[in-house]
Design a protein around this ligand. Structure first.
Ligand code: ZN
Length: 350
């Protein structure tokens, strides 16, 4: 039988939410002395890659590592690490460039030979590791393979597929998953006054828009960041309904929608991506009533639309929308691509 994760010590304790299995595994490895000397931490923007990396650094350096809280967060070492004051944590990033090149790695290879200053380990946090050039990755390989015993590498990336297999085979992947809606809402309610001040509908909408990313949710607490996104989502929801339910002859409504899509390529692609998210929700609801939704904050509304529509229509519209978006991204004529989605309709509607 699997041990219950709630009985285990979790890296980051209640300072983090979500990814309990991963955090329990890391706490085990740190307390058991079996931590690897290199990891790839994979996850989308705002998913907590930096925070997890800092927690690993602090847990390995903490002066009270065997208490329930790992790391304790308050000893001198933890304070230095979380206050970004330790010279033994090296941050390597693009610094405004398009990639991390071989010169950065040459510096790192010389630097690892210098023992840590005031911590027991020396940590190299490489941001945007997917943007290390192939040359840089090859140069890094030898050091990742056999680093001095005090060195730990934490490579942060959005997608580990861009990392060479030779590095991936030496640095286990820690994949961060989206945080579920209920714990996210609870976390935001207890830690963020601005969130608690929103209406219940606005809170649901914000949690849904964060797509499981705490960093994204915190950004969206700012109304100026939230408003344009809400408008795009409402537009996408309306576009899905028009495509599914407007009569084929109702060209006026479809033409109106076509104009409202706009002509800025990136924005059109974003609206189409949101339509895809909405359609995935509707398809999932055909199969499971309690499916986790990534687009609709209002489950009852999504269920009504899903029940009204045959699955074949949903699947067909999803594949047409995906195709349209890929054309828009490949520089096709936007109006023409959208016309084919909205006007040249061969779907069977309810
Ligand atoms: Zn500590």
């Amino acid at each position: 039988m699997q041990p219950n994760v709630s009985d285990k010590i979790l890296l980051g304790g209640d300072r983090m939410i979500g990814n309990e299995t991963l955090r329990a595994q890391l706490a085990d490895e740190i307390l058991g002395g079996t931590l690897s000397h290199a990891y790839l931490i994979e996850g989308g923007r705002g998913m907590g890659k930096h925070l997890l990396a800092r927690q690993v650094c602090a847990a390995l350096s903490c002066e009270h590592p065997h208490e329930r809280m790992l790391p304790c967060g308050s000893c001198a070492c933890c304070e230095k690490i979380f206050g970004n004051k330790s010279p033994d944590i090296r941050l390597i990033g693009k610094n405004g460039k398009a990639s991390i090149g071989i010169d950065d790695v040459r510096f790192l290879r010389a630097d690892v030979l210098v023992p840590p200053n005031d911590l027991a380990h020396k940590f190299y946090i490489i941001e945007d590791a997917q943007d290390l050039t192939v040359q840089a990755q090859n140069a890094l390989l030898l050091t990742v393979e056999e680093p001095p015993p005090y060195v730990v590498f934490l490579l942060l990336c959005e997608n580990s597929a861009n990392i060479l297999e030779t590095i991936r085979s030496r640095a286990p992947i820690l994949r961060l998953c989206p945080v579920a809606a209920a714990p996210m809402a609870q976390y935001l309610t207890t830690t963020q006054r601005a969130f608690a001040a929103l209406s219940p509908e606005e809170r649901d909408e914000l949690v849904c828009m964060s797509a499981g990313s705490v960093g994204r949710a915190l950004e969206l607490l700012d109304g100026r960041a939230r408003k344009p996104l809400i408008e795009k989502r409402r537009f996408a929801a309306q576009a899905v309904e028009v495509c599914l339910f407007a009569q084929r002859r109702d060209t006026a409504r479809r033409m109106e929608l076509l104009s409202a899509f706009g002509s800025v390529r990136e924005e059109v692609a974003t609206k189409l991506a949101m339509m895809q998210q909405a359609l995935r929700d509707l398809i999932l609801l055909k199969k499971y009533d309690d499916a986790p939704l990534i687009f609709y904050a209002d489950r009852a509304e999504a269920q009504t639309i899903s029940q009204r529509t045959p699955i074949a229509s949903l699947n067909r519209l999803l594949s047409t929308t995906e195709y349209t978006r890929s054309r828009v991204l490949r520089n096709a004529n936007i109006r023409l691509a959208l016309s084919e989605l909205l006007l040249c309709d061969d779907r069977t509607h309810v």
